[in-house]
Design a protein around this ligand. Structure first.
Ligand SMILES: *Cc1c(COP(=O)(O)O)cnc(C)c1O
Length: 345
């Protein structure tokens, strides 16, 4: 993108901000006596502050993802990466963001918390983004366009060329949330990062990596954007338990691939079983580890599943999703529970 200057998008107060400088970030080098951070000297395993920039973890992740460390931000779940988009780029009470509808709920919640206008544009009949309508909704105060691909709760990938059309035609920040990319039939858009300095890609350890409880989210972006993220984030935003456990798991990439393969195989089984049920009206195509299913009566089916101790997500009230349940692909046994209840209706 020609003449793109990220500073034109960043809030004035953030540009001027002198960030908190922690003891651990000021010192880098070799030393053996650490009396700079008011820590307890006795070794509990946890008495030292963690690396504020998670350098070891980023190095390893960089190798796995093919994205340079300086283009990686790690946060307390993707939630932190979402919130930081607002805190870095959006002026409360003035700016707006655009997102497709339906999509992941946190973009809107964070917009409201930060007092940012949230503009929704319906997905089309194939649950794909409507590029012209999205671009038509932008104005000089539009700072961010969110795109979730594969999308939650619909499950499908957004067409790559359409995402690129948005990148080519919008001069603000484009966020592509790839929380479910490991289950998708297409690759991450991370190869576009060098071409588009306004692109931010989210990924997470919460889904394919099986680590939802350690709270570790990823953002890939230009080094300038990452610097602003680092300036605004809490100094020690990723604790040492999370950092060290993630480091261990990154050695087991093969195991994660096996889990994903299992889930993809079960997804296929589940789709076939669901399609055979008379209570099911439609099974939507999915590139995720969940399936959106339209049934005769979503509230009734939801209650019946609950009676049997099976919890799915009722999306009946969501835009374009009336009559729909969102079902996560679990183990073969768990999935059979769902099929058994639905086949009895
Ligand atoms: C599950 C999910 C995430 C993950 O959020 P974390 O805070 O990293 O657990 C992010 N985006 C979408 C669209 C999701 O569905």
């Amino acid at each position: 993108m020609e003449n793109f200057n990220i500073d034109n998008l960043v809030r004035e107060n953030i540009k001027k901000l002198k960030p908190y400088s922690s003891a651990r970030s000021e010192f880098s080098g070799n030393a053996s006596v650490f009396l700079d951070a008011n820590e307890n000297p006795f070794d509990t395993g946890f008495n030292r502050y963690p690396d504020p920039l998670q350098r070891k973890l980023k190095e390893k992740l960089s190798f796995i993802k093919g994205v340079a460390s300086e283009n990686i931000f790690l946060g307390n779940g993707s939630d932190e990466a979402i919130d930081l988009v607002y805190r870095v780029f959006c002026n409360p009470g003035k700016d707006n963001v655009i997102a497709p509808d339906p999509t992941y709920g946190m973009y809107e919640v964070c917009a409201e918390i930060n007092d940012i206008e949230y503009r929704k544009v319906n997905l089309d009949a194939d649950f794909d983004i409507d590029v012209d309508s999205i671009l038509a909704k932008t104005d000089e105060n539009t700072k961010v366009i969110f795109i979730c691909s594969p999308n939650n709760p619909t499950g499908n990938l957004m067409t790559r060329s359409k995402v690129i059309r948005i990148l080519d035609n919008f001069k603000g920040i484009v966020v592509v949330d790839e929380a479910y990319i490991d289950f998708a039939s297409e690759k991450s858009l991370s190869s576009l990062l060098t071409q588009y300095p306004n692109l931010i890609i989210f990924q997470t350890f919460s889904k394919a990596w099986g680590l939802a409880s350690i709270r570790l989210g990823i953002a890939f972006a230009s080094s300038q954007i990452i610097s602003y993220y680092n300036k605004v984030k809490y100094p020690y935003n990723v604790n040492i338990l999370t950092q060290s456990h993630a480091l261990e798991i990154l050695d087991n990439e093969e195991k994660v691939k096996e889990d994903v393969d299992y889930i993809l195989k079960e997804r296929e089984e589940m789709i076939n079983s669901l399609k055979d049920l008379s209570y099911v009206i439609k099974v939507y195509p999915t590139d995720s580890n969940f399936i959106l299913v339209k049934v005769k009566d979503a509230n009734f089916a939801y209650d019946k599943l609950m009676e049997k101790g099976v919890v799915v997500r009722n999306r009946n009230k969501i835009t374009l999703c009336s009559g729909c349940l969102r079902i996560t692909v679990g183990t073969e046994n768990e999935n059979n529970n769902v099929i058994d209840v639905l086949s009895s209706l």
